[in-house]
Design a protein around this ligand. Structure first.
Ligand SMILES: Cc1cc2nc3c(=O)[nH]c(=O)nc-3n(C[C@H](O)[C@H](O)[C@H](O)COP(=O)(O)OP(=O)(O)OC[C@H]3O[C@@H](n4cnc5c(N)ncnc54)[C@H](O)[C@@H]3O)c2cc1C
Ligand SMILES: *[C@@H]1O[C@H](CO)[C@@H](O)[C@H](O)[C@H]1NC(C)=O
Ligand SMILES: *[C@@H]1O[C@H](CO)[C@@H](O)[C@H](O)[C@H]1NC(C)=O
Ligand SMILES: *[C@@H]1O[C@H](CO)[C@@H](O)[C@H](O)[C@H]1NC(C)=O
Ligand SMILES: *[C@@H]1O[C@H](CO)[C@@H](O)[C@H](O)[C@H]1NC(C)=O
Length: 556
C-alpha cells in the first residue's frame, strides 16, 4: 500500500469558525499590517492575528503552548495534514491478534535518551509519561547476525565499532574546543582505528557500521560531520541516557502532542486550521501575509515556519520577497535524510521469538535490507506476526521509486538467505512510507554535513524580518530528534512572546540573558580560512598568474 496522505479538502466548519474569529479579533493594529489591504478586501479579507504558526508538528504545537504560557493567545496554527503531530505519524497496517488494524509508527518511534537518575530528563520523556504513552525498552543486545548463507556471529564487530566511536567522540570534542577544522565522520572513524575495508570480514563491518551509524543519522559517515554528529549523539545519549524506548501505543505516538494542544486549544478551536496548505508567504519588517492553496489568507505581526528542511529545500512554498542569499545558502547547506521502515506481516511467526533485532550483512551492497526488527515480542505486539526492516539514504530513494511488489520480492530473498531452514511464506501484509516524496515532509530528518559551521547553522535558524524559522533542523544540539523540535519550539515561542509583549520574558532573561530574547543572530558573510594572497606557490597554488591573465583576457 502506498503512503496515504491526509485529505486536504477545505474544512467547512473551520472556515465558518474562521469568519467568527475575524469578527472577534477587532483590535488589530492596522499600522503593523502589510499595505495592500484594498485588493485584499475585494477577495474577502484575511484573518488577522499576532502570530501565524505554520505547521502543527512538535515545534508548532510547542510554540503555541509557549505563547499561551506567556499570555499570548492571539495566534493561528496552519497545518497541511488533517491532524496534529507532523512527522510523529502513524498508519494502520494489517491486523492485530484480535483482527483489528494494527497501528504502526511510520515516523518517530523511539524516545531516545530518557535521562533522569541524576542526569537531566529528556523533556520528551516527561511528556510521554504525562500522557501515558505506552512504550517498551528496545534491547539492542537482543540481536542475532546473519549473512547470505544464514546465521553467522559477527557481534564482536559491534564492540570494535563502539570502541572506535568512543575515541572519535573524544577527538571530536577536542576539535570543537580547540576550533580545529571539522572532518567527516568517516575520517574520524579511520583515525580512531575503524576501517571496514581493512577488517577481517568487511561486509560484516559494513553491516554493523550501517546499523549503528546510518541507522541513526540516515546518512553515511562519509557524508556527515564528525564534530556535530558526535556532539548530537553525546547530547542525547550521554547527557540524558543511553536508553531507547519504542512506542507501541495504539492511540498513536502523536497522542502526547495532541494532549499538549488540548490544554490550550478547545474543541474545534478556530485558531487551528487543519487540512490547509500554505502556498505563499509575503514578509517584511512590518508583518507577514500567508496565503493558502484554498485561497484563504492570514495577516500576522509575526510568522514562524516550522516546515521541515526537506520542504524548504523543495521550493514548494514561495517567499515574497525571495529569501536572502545567506538564508538560501544555509537551507542548501544542511542535509535532509530519508529513513524507511518497511512492515511485513506473516500468517505465523517463523523467526526467533526471544530476539528483537536481526542484522544482515549482504555480500555485495552495504545497507541492503540490513536491520530487521521483530514486533512479535513481549512488550511490543505479541502474536502480531509482524516484523519490519529499515533502509536509509540511497536505498530509501531506490525503494521509493520501485513498486511495492518488487521491493517485497527483494526483501523476501534476503529473508530466505538469512533463514535457509525456513520455508519463508509470502507475507499477508506489506507496506512502507515514501518519506522522500511526501509533500508535507520531503524526507525524514536532518543531518549535519562535514565542513560547515555553527554560524552556518545559525543562519538556518535566524529570522528574516518578521519571518521566523524553527523545527528539528534548527536545533544545533538535538537535530533529528523530537527533543530538538521541542526545544526549538520553546525558544522561538519565548522570543515571539517577548516581541509581542514588548519585553523579554523574565524567566527567559534570568535563564539565558540577552541570548534567549529578541531577534536571532545571523551571519551575512561566512568566510573560509584562506585569504586570496595565500593562494600562492608556497601553498602549491601554481598557475595563479597565468589563470588570472587568461580570465582577464576572456573577460574583455
Ligand atoms: C521515519 C522517521 C523516523 C524518526 N524517528 C525518530 C525517533 O525514533 N526518535 C526521535 O526522537 N525522532 C525521530 N524522528 C524525528 C522526529 O519525528 C522529528 O524530529 C520531529 O517530529 C520534527 O518535528 P517538527 O515540528 O520540527 O517538524 P514536523 O513534524 O515536520 O512539523 C511540520 C509541520 O508542517 C506541516 N507542513 C509542511 N508543509 C506545509 C505547508 N505547505 N502548509 C501547511 N503545513 C505544512 C507538516 O504537515 C507538519 O505537520 C523520526 C522522523 C521520521 C520521519
Ligand atoms: C480592509 O479590511 C481592513 C481590516 O480587515 C480594514 O481596516 C480596511 O479599512 C478595509 N479596507 C477597505 C478599503 O475596505
Ligand atoms: C558528553 O556528554 C557528557 C554529559 O553531558 C559530558 O560530560 C561529556 O563531556 C561529553 N563528552 C564529549 C566527548 O563531548
Ligand atoms: C558468510 O558466512 C559463511 C558461514 O560462516 C561463510 O562461509 C561465508 O564466507 C560468509 N560470507 C562472506 C561474504 O564472507
Ligand atoms: C502459513 O502459510 C504457509 C504457506 O503459505 C503454510 O505452509 C503454513 O501452514 C501457514 N501457517 C499457518 C499457521 O497457517
Amino acid at each position: 500500500m502506498r503512503f496515504v496522505q491526509g485529505s486536504h479538502t477545505p474544512n467547512l466548519a473551520s472556515t465558518v469558525a474562521a469568519v467568527a474569529l475575524a469578527q472577534l479579533i477587532s483590535a488589530v493594529d492596522a499600522s503593523t499590517k502589510l499595505e495592500d489591504q484594498t485588493s485584499q478586501n475585494e477577495s474577502g479579507s484575511c484573518k488577522q492575528t499576532k502570530v501565524a504558526i505554520l505547521g502543527a508538528g512538535i515545534t508548532g504545537i510547542i510554540t503555541a503552548r509557549t505563547l499561551t504560557d506567556a499570555n499570548v493567545d492571539d495566534f493561528i496554527i496552519v497545518e497541511y495534514k488533517d491532524e496534529i503531530g507532523g512527522r510523529v505519524h502513524h498508519e494502520d497496517f494489517g491486523r492485530d491478534k484480535d483482527g483489528e488494524p494494527l497501528l504502526v509508527e511510520y515516523g518517530a518511534n523511539w524516545i531516545q535518551g530518557l535521562g533522569g537518575n541524576g542526569n537531566p530528563e529528556n523533556p520528551i520523556w516527561t511528556l510521554e509519561k504525562k500522557w501515558k504513552i505506552k512504550n517498551t525498552p528496545s534491547d539492542f543486545e537482543a540481536i542475532l547476525t546473519y549473512n547470505e548463507s544464514g546465521e553467522v556471529d559477527f557481534t564482536s564487530e559491534i564492540e570494535a565499532f563502539e570502541d572506535a566511536v568512543e575515541i572519535l567522540t573524544a577527538d571530536a570534542e577536542e576539535l570543537r574546543v580547540d576550533n580545529i577544522q571539522d572532518r567527516t565522520f568517516r575520517q574520524g572513524l579511520s583515525l580512531a582505528g575503524w576501517n571496514p575495508g581493512r577488517r577481517k570480514y568487511p561486509q560484516a563491518a559494513d553491516a554493523v557500521e550501517w546499523w549503528l551509524y546510518d541507522g541513526e543519522q540516515a546518512y553515511t559517515p562519509d557524508e556527515s560531520s564528525m564534530v556535530f554528529n558526535a556532539a548530537v549523539s553525546n547530547f542525547t545519549f550521554e547527557q540524558f541516557s543511553a536508553e531507547n524506548n519504542f512506542v507501541v501505543d495504539q492511540r498513536g505516538h502523536n497522542t502526547w502532542i495532541k494532549g499538549e494542544a488540548s490544554e490550550f486549544l478547545k474543541k474545534d478551536d478556530p485558531r487551528l486550521m487543519l487540512s490547509t496548505i500554505v502556498d505563499k508567504i509575503a514578509y517584511s519588517d512590518k508583518g507577514v501575509k500567508v496565503t493558502n492553496k484554498d485561497g484563504s489568507c492570514i495577516e500576522a505581526d509575526y510568522a514562524v515556519v516550522t516546515f521541515s528542511l526537506g520542504v524548504l529545500q523543495q521550493d514548494v512554498v514561495s517567499f515574497e520577497p525571495l529569501l536572502p542569499e545567506w538564508k538560501n545558502v544555509a537551507i542548501e547547506a544542511f542535509l535532509m535524510g530519508t529513513y524507511t521502515k518497511m512492515f511485513f506481516q506473516f500468517n505465523e511467526t517463523w523467526w526467533p521469538k526471544d530476539k528483537e533485532f536481526f542484522l544482515y550483512a549482504d555480500p555485495i551492497q552495504r545497507g541492503w535490507y540490513p536491520i530487521w526488527q521483530s514486533l512479535d515480542k513481549e512488550g511490543f505486539f505479541p502474536d502480531s506476526h509482524a516484523i519490519f526492516v529499515t533502509v536509509t539514504g540511497r536505498e530509501s530513494r531506490r525503494v521509493e521509486r520501485m513498486a511495492d511488489a518488487e521491493v517485497q520480492e527483494e526483501a523476501l530473498e534476503v529473508l530466505r538467505a538469512m533463514f535457509p531452514d525456513v520455508d519463508v511464506p509470502v507475507p499477508t501484509g506489506f507496506q512502507y512510507p515514501r518519506w522522500g516524496t511526501t509533500p508535507w515532509a520531503y524526507g525524514s530528518f536532518s543531518c549535519w554535513p562535514a565542513g560547515t559551521t555553527l554560524e552556518q547553522h545559525q543562519n538556518l535558524r535566524a529570522n528574516v524580518d518578521r519571518l521566523w524559522f524553527a523545527g528539528e533542523h534548527t536545533s544545533a544540539s538535538f537535530f533529528g530528534y523530537m527533543q530538538g523540535a521541542y526545544l526549538e519550539g520553546v525558544d522561538v515561542g519565548n522570543r515571539l512572546a517577548g516581541l509581542v509583549n514588548g519585553e523579554c520574558l523574565k524567566a527567559v532573561a534570568e535563564k539565558h540573558g540577552e541570548g534567549g530574547c529578541d531577534e536571532m543572530t545571523r551571519y551575512e558573510v561566512l568566510h573560509g580560512t584562506t585569504e586570496e594572497d595565500e593562494y600562492n606557490i608556497e601553498n602549491g597554488w601554481n598557475n595563479l598568474e597565468l589563470e588570472t591573465e587568461r580570465i582577464k583576457g576572456n573577460a574583455k
